[in-house]
Write a protein that binds this ligand. Structure first.
Ligand code: OKP
Ligand code: ZN
Length: 347
């Protein structure tokens, strides 16, 4: 038997997400989540001859609405246009959010809507953001379809990322939750159970929120302790799921300077939980911002460590979809991302 290469799903439409601003350290800076990220990753996929690179199919809005509120999706589509129509000069950024003891009622004015639908305010909505977010979700759905059609593994090179997007909130550079949309698509096409393992440096607060009370999705996340880093308000170890989902949400928060040995022990434990869950498919929220030189993160993984943990994931022997999330040291994210995929393939 010839070993099948790992296919990458990619579209240039990600370039439509090219915001000029991110609120960072009290300044509006050039976004860390920028188009060159995907180009570095694609370049490495090609130079390493990982496998075919294919365009996504269009599965329309139904699988997006399966995980996201209709009014939220409509808001995303027109937010930038509505903002500009008010004569605002910059990109669309929320200011006021419905915090403790405030009314959870969507305002009519666009600035208020932005706050209502945001869980963080660093992320500007710019011209083309919706089109790129929609395409990114289709990249995720196309990868899921490949696995449903019998592939053992696939890489959805999603951009913008998705794991901070909830049912009805954007933030943390995310608009639609690509991994959640893919997981739901498995369930809607015959899978009984799906596991999501989120190895991005940041807690996958959106994914956790979407599946928190569900018994058909196991969510495991390894991340910087939210006491020390974004997203700050979710990701603690005592968040274990509720109702039918009790015990099916597993968080591994870790402190600054966590080395690979500690991180890998948590991964091993998380993968054992996945094995016990007996899922029909595995979705990996693949962020490589755990890298020692990542500019906005604090773990200490080295490039070779990404190969090692890719092999660990392969030991489960499950149909596996990799969905791209974060990773910001742009020169190295191509190497580290493809190292995970090659580690997985080589095992
Ligand atoms: C998105 B993904 C750092 C602020 C961080 C947002 C980070 C979003 C990360 N001082 N702001 O999970 O990689
Ligand atoms: Zn991240």
């Amino acid at each position: 038997l010839l070993e099948a290469a790992l296919e990458t799903i990619y579209t240039e439409k990600h370039k439509l997400r090219d915001a000029k601003t991110e609120l960072f350290g009290g300044e509006l800076v050039a976004p860390h989540e920028r188009p060159s990220r995907a180009e570095y990753i694609l370049g490495r996929v090609q130079s390493e001859k990982l496998g075919a690179v294919s365009a996504p199919q269009d599965f329309g809005f139904d699988p997006i609405h399966a995980n996201h509120n209709n009014d939220f999706v409509s808001f995303l589509q027109t937010a930038y246009r509505d903002w500009k129509a008010e004569g605002f000069k910059g990109e669309a950024i929320p200011t006021a959010l419905p915090a403790r003891r405030m009314a959870q009622k969507c305002p009519t004015f666009i600035e208020g809507k932005l706050g209502y639908y945001a869980n963080a305010i660093e992320t500007s909505i710019s011209d083309g953001t919706w089109e790129a977010a929609y395409a990114s979700a289709q990249v995720a759905l196309t990868g899921a379809k490949r696995i449903q059609d019998g592939a053992n593994s696939v890489f959805s090179l999603c951009r913008p990322p998705g794991h901070h997007a909830t049912y009805d909130m954007f933030g943390g550079f995310c608009f639609l939750n690509n991994a959640a949309i893919a997981a739901q698509s498995f369930l809607d096409n015959g899978a009984k159970r799906v596991a999501i393992v989120d190895v991005d440096f940041h807690h996958g607060n959106g994914t956790q929120d979407i599946f928190y009370d569900r018994d058909d999705v196991l969510f495991v996340s390894l991340h910087g302790d939210p006491m020390d880093t974004f997203p700050y308000f979710l990701g603690h170890a005592d968040e274990t799921g509720k109702g039918a989902g009790a015990g099916l949400n597993i968080n591994y928060p870790m402190p600054p300077k966590t080395p690979f040995s500690t991180w890998r022990d948590a991964l091993t434990e998380g993968l054992n939980k996945v094995r016990d869950f007996k899922p029909d498919a595995l979705v990996i929220s693949l962020g490589v911002d755990t890298f020692e030189n990542d500019p906005i993160s604090f773990f200490k993984l080295k490039s070779k460590d990404f190969i090692a943990y890719g092999a660990d994931i392969a030991q489960l022997g499950l149909p596996t979809q990799f969905v791209m999330e974060g990773g910001y040291d742009v020169e190295e994210i191509g190497v580290n991302t493809v190292n995970v995929l090659q580690g997985f393939e080589g095992a």
